[in-house]
Design a protein around this ligand. Structure first.
Ligand code: NAP
Length: 254
């Protein structure tokens, strides 16, 4: 049988989907037939994207969730179960990087915020997502990490550390959730042209050393991350779990 990338009838939650990589992922999953729950901290921003997906013939709704807040994480999964009774695809994409500077000067506030969003948020979303998926026919979780999980970004120490944790988290959940019918994989994006990376992308001095390591010699566009997520979300990846997929223009090959 041909591999299938179709997502018809699937319910997908994408965090951090109001812009950037998350928005591109949400639009792609909807284009392949999923009903997408567009989530970020801002209900209005999510509703704008969800409405545009619907206007283009897709299925989408908006549910706000700050993934640094445990009560909001619990509420979003409860709302999905109440409305749909199932979840098939979870893309943990919303992350934060509040501190840029020498690692030894990281203060407790920035440390805690980064850990709360990027580790605690991803961890409990994986837990609640896997349990909800297991109530039906299982599903697929994709954790958006970063090339900084492998090569720490300069002056982005605590952020890079949390991205490294997401790689280990992905493997741990992949091992233990396989019997529940849940696959868990990670995407490691390279430098991508979004608001998040604006300082790196648009500052000549910052961009130059990054570009010198990127074999394809350019920054990615957000929609160049979406195909990998579509693959990992779909039945085409039915034998793929615990994988960390680099989509980085060759950065980690150098
Ligand atoms: N851009 C890059 O070069 C790059 C490289 C490697 C990895 N990544 C990873 O890719 C992912 C997406 O980044 P991006 O570049 O697309 O960033 P972005 O354009 O700044 O978008 C971030 C998204 O996350 C939401 N968000 C931020 N904090 C949140 C929170 N606490 N709870 C819920 N939603 C939150 C934002 O919406 P609201 O403001 O409405 O909440 C927005 O939708 C992140 O995991 C990032 O680490 C990016």
């Amino acid at each position: 049988m041909e591999p299938s990338f179709k997502l018809d009838g699937k319910i997908a939650l994408v965090t951090g989907a109001s812009r950037g990589i998350g928005e591109a992922i949400a639009r792609t999953l909807a284009a392949y037939g999923a009903h997408v729950i567009v989530s970020s901290r801002k209900q209005d921003a999510c509703e704008t994207i969800a409405a545009d997906i619907r206007n283009n013939g897709g299925k989408a709704e908006a549910i706000a969730c700050h993934v640094g807040e445990m009560a909001q994480i619990e509420a979003v999964f409860a709302a999905i179960e109440a409305r749909h009774g199932r979840l098939d695809i979870l893309v943990n994409n919303a992350a934060t990087n509040p501190y840029f500077g020498h690692i030894v000067d990281t203060d407790l506030g920035a440390f805690q915020k980064t850990v709360d969003v990027n580790i605690r948020g991803y961890f409990f979303s994986c837990s609640l997502g896997a349990k909800l998926m297991a109530k039906n026919s299982g599903g697929s979780i994709i954790n958006v990490a970063s090339i900084n999980a492998v090569v720490p970004g300069a002056k982005q120490g605590i952020y890079s550390i949390t991205k490294g944790a997401i790689v280990t988290m992905t493997k741990a959940f992949a091992n233990e959730c396989a019997p529940m019918g849940v696959r868990v994989n990670a995407l490691l994006p390279g430098l991508t042209d979004t608001k998040f990376a604006a300082a790196l992308v648009h500052d000549e001095e910052m961009r130059k050393p990054m570009l010198s390591r990127i074999a394809l010699d350019r920054v990615a566009q957000p929609n160049e991350m979406a195909g990998a997520v579509l693959y990992l979300a779909s039945d085409a990846a039915s034998y793929t779990t615990g994988v960390c997929l680099n989509v980085d223009g060759g950065f980690l090959a150098g």
